[in-house]
Design a protein around this ligand. Structure first.
Ligand code: 13P
Length: 254
């Protein structure tokens, strides 16, 4: 971490806690992080729990994000949710381009750019995800793959240094218990920041680049110590309030 940037810890609940247990989890996170004044905390429940979670964390430090968004404002798009709908429900963040959406739902670099643009136009703060597959890493293509994914949306951020965040999530580290080492993460984060610097110094200095992929209370300290890691996007460990809060506590400690 770098003291110039306020750390951000976000929990991606994926397709878990879409009902009553969501309020319990969110309330637990709000309670356990209540005294953390040096870190931003965001929880991203499934759509069905967004309104209830927004209500449950009202008045706390915790902010709420969605896990996906359709770039169109309204219309005949069965099953989709638009940026104004997320505004209506009181959501302020949205995860875009998660590898599970790229892998299973055909999300493309172009689609990620459209969603990022639409979310920002609606005043939402995107957490845009990038990351290589295992075979891409093994072929030595990590930096070129991440650069390609980043180039698809980075020009949209040009005059918006405080837009949201970028999450580097190596796909082979997601849900596997096999996190990237601090040096592996730092190499990619540094490349992302260098690329942002080509666009503007303010964008490079202010953008929070999160690490995601088996981030947990066990490895948070060493990963958050990397100079270009500004927080985390957490899956499995965000499903237990205590574990999630312990990662946030590491960020709070700095
Ligand atoms: P895990 O923390 O379960 O590996 O998931 C990471 C992730 O995909 C967060 O978006």
């Amino acid at each position: 971490m770098n003291p110039k940037r306020r750390p951000l810890i976000a929990g991606n609940w994926k397709m878990n806690h879409g009902g009553k247990t969501a309020v319990e989890l969110a309330s637990g996170v709000a309670k356990l992080t209540a005294s953390f004044d040096k870190v931003d905390v965001v929880v991203c429940p499934p759509y069905t729990a967004l309104a209830a979670v927004v209500g449950a964390v009202r008045g706390s430090r915790v902010e709420v994000g969605a896990q996906n968004v359709n770039p169109k404002p309204s219309g005949a798009y069965t099953g989709e949710i638009s940026p104004p709908m997320l505004n209506d429900v009181g959501v302020s963040w949205v995860i875009i381009g998660h590898s599970e959406r790229r892998q299973y739902y055909g999300e493309t670099d172009g689609g990620v750019a459209d969603k990022t643009r639409a979310a920002m136009e609606a005043g939402l703060r995107p957490i845009v995800c990038v990351g290589e597959l295992l075979d891409e890493r093994e072929r030595g293509e990590t930096l070129s793959v991440v650069k390609r994914q980043l180039n698809a949306f980075s020009s949209i951020l040009a005059d918006k240094p405080g837009f949201g965040a970028i999450a580097y999530e190596p796909v082979w580290a997601i849900g596997t218990g096999k996190n990237a080492g601090p040096a592996e993460a730092q190499e990619v984060h540094a490349m992302i920041r260098a690329r942002l610097r080509e666009i503007s110094a303010a964008l490079a200095d202010q953008t929070r680049i999160l690490y995601g992929g088996s981030l947990s209370p066990k490895n948070a300290k060493e990963l958050l110590a990397a100079p270009d890691v500004d927080g985390g996007l957490i899956g499995g460990a965000s499903l237990k309030a205590e574990d999630f809060a312990r990662v946030a506590e590491e960020a709070q400690r700095g």
